[in-house]
Ligand binder design. Sequence first.
Ligand SMILES: [Zn+2]
Length: 322
Amino acid sequence: MTIKAVTRAAILLCAAVVMPAALAVATPQIKTQSPGYYRIMVGNAEITALYDGSSTFPLTLFKNATPDQLQRYVKDVDGDAPKVVNGSVNSFLVNTGEHLILIDTGGGKLLGPGFGQVTANLRASGYAPEQVDMILLTHMHGDHIGGLVTADGQPAYPNATVWAAKPEVDYWLSASQAAKAPQAQQTGFQRARDILTPFKDAGKLKTFTAGKDLLPGLQPIALAGHTPGHTGFVLEQGGQRILFWGDIVHYSALQFAHPQLAVGFDADGAQAVKTRAGLLKLMAHQRTLIAGAHITFPGIGYVVENGQQGYRWTPIGYGEIR
Ligand SMILES: [Zn+2]
């Protein structure tokens, strides 16, 4: 650049900075987020991730490590060591061409402000709740079943039948299991009973058997530990595969590198760790596409082996529908 050109650039820069007051218009900030949906194709099936909401939760939720270890683990990944971590809740809509299937429903009104956005995002994505004919539950915690009903307790998806694993239904709807459970879990049992009993009474709660196709190319697989009937759903279409794995990972920065970390609300922490460790290994080996309920939205990506540090998460990027 010549001296003359540099001077000219400097003049242009000054002109840009010192604008006449009359031209400077204060533009209001928009302060709304883009609609919370994200879409991909898996073979012939159209998958739409639906955002329900996000919040923070304490690091102390994680078990099998000291507070210092947990802080170090987070720092290894995030470069910072906060005492709280961010968690999101995602649901997934699958259009097979014959069925419109919602996998988990978000928290509805159960989780408080910032949650309960699945139905609005489903509409924003171009569908109507009335078009959903099947709802598959990975398990019956409030952040997965709360969105089954509207604020006034009516079915949010009036034409849908709800499906869950038999061990999950047997556990959460059993008065004797509830009576045996610790005080901290009583709210969970009550919520499951309140929300699901009307579906059961109306013949709209059905059970599936893990390992048997529910539809051609759609198979539930048992991933017990987090809850007794915690289930993943494998969808295989046109030679492509995706696993909707529910709550196998609650926080990416910790549980990929350290699968041994259980969470406070695991029904059976030891079993949950075993299930996660085995599944991460298999998914990394198979390079299966994953859709996770609590991985940062849209929660779709791959598990990759990471040498001595267990595994890491590689999210898919934004792109056109192909
Ligand atoms: Zn969950």
